[in-house]
Design a protein around this ligand. Structure first.
Ligand SMILES: NC(=O)c1ccc[n+]([C@@H]2O[C@H](COP(=O)([O-])OP(=O)(O)OC[C@H]3O[C@@H](n4cnc5c(N)ncnc54)[C@H](O)[C@@H]3O)[C@@H](O)[C@H]2O)c1
Length: 104
């Protein structure tokens, strides 16, 4: 079964992608800053039927050592990584009317 790693997947889009991959039979490694949120996300996605196909790892993507550890733990858990989605990030809302053209 292919394996997908998704950073920032306690959040909205990452969590949605994690569910989409899980529902299609993938192994999924979800990852974010907060273990409680990751545990809640696993319950939402897999309920009591995780079947070992979903696994969480804490990772702050601004720390290269944590990203390396995420990679290593995913490989250790599922043997390989087929897809890696760099989703973690912060939205910085801007007002289109007051922003300069160069940053819109
Ligand atoms: N929602 C939008 O309209 C939109 C538009 C353009 C781009 N994006 C980008 O898409 C991605 C997902 O957006 P979303 O709407 O699901 O946001 P979200 O806030 O719901 O999810 C982002 C997740 O990233 C995590 N995160 C933040 N910094 C992190 C770090 N250093 N290490 C690990 N995890 C970290 C957060 O804890 C959060 O769970 C983000 O990168 C965002 O910037 C979103």
């Amino acid at each position: 079964m292919p394996t997908t790693v998704i950073t920032g997947s306690a959040g909205g889009i990452g969590g949605g992608m994690a569910k989409a991959f899980y529902d299609r039979g993938f192994n999924v490694v979800i990852s974010d800053l907060n273990q409680t949120l990751l545990d809640e996300r696993i319950k939402e996605i897999a309920g009591a039927n995780a079947e070992g196909r979903i696994h969480s790892v804490i990772c702050n993507v601004t720390d290269p050592q944590q990203v390396r550890a995420l990679w290593d733990q995913a490989v250790q858990h599922y043997g390989q990584i087929d897809y890696w989605i760099n989703n973690a990030g912060l939205g910085v809302p801007r007002n289109i009317y007051t922003s300069r053209v160069s940053i819109v």
